[in-house]
Design a protein around this ligand. Structure first.
Ligand code: FES
Length: 109
C-alpha cells in the first residue's frame, strides 16, 4: 500500500498528521529537504508525535518531551526507544509512503 501526501502540506517545524487507518497515523516531518514518516504513536506511552514539534533534527513528543532523531528514529534518552519508520519517496511534489499491510495491524501500547 502506498500513501501519498503533497510535499507542500508538510509544515516547517511541525509534523503533519496523516491518518492511515483506525490503527495508524503517520507523523510526517521534513528536515533540510528530506522527508520522514513515523508511526505517530510514541513508543514510550503512546503520545501522539504528530502533535509534537520538530526542533532541529529532533521530533519532540508532546506528552513527556522525549526527543527522537529524525534521521535514525532513535530516542536521545532512553536510547532503547525507537520510532517505527516507513520509507518515503518524493516524486513531482508528492510523497509516497510505503506501508506493508501487516504494518497496519492494531498494536498494544
Ligand atoms: S509518551 Fe512520548 S515521551 Fe512519553
Amino acid at each position: 500500500m502506498i500513501v501519498t501526501v503533497p510535499t507542500a502540506d508538510v509544515p516547517d517545524a511541525k509534523p503533519l498528521a496523516v491518518r492511515v487507518s483506525d490503527h495508524l497515523t503517520f507523523a510526517v516531518c521534513r528536515l533540510e529537504g528530506t522527508y520522514y514518516a513515523f508511526d505517530s504513536r510514541c513508543p514510550h506511552r503512546g503520545g501522539q508525535l504528530a502533535d509534537g514539534e520538530v526542533v532541529g533534527e529532533l521530533l519532540v513528543c508532546p506528552l513527556h518531551h522525549f526527543k527522537f532523531s529524525l534521521k535514525t528514529g532513535r530516542c536521545v534518552m532512553p536510547r532503547h526507544l525507537k520510532l517505527r519508520s516507513f520509507p518515503v519517496r518524493e516524486e513531482s511534489g508528492e510523497l509516497r509512503i510505503e506501508l506493508e499491510v501487516e504494518q497496519d495491524a492494531p498494536r498494544p501500547v
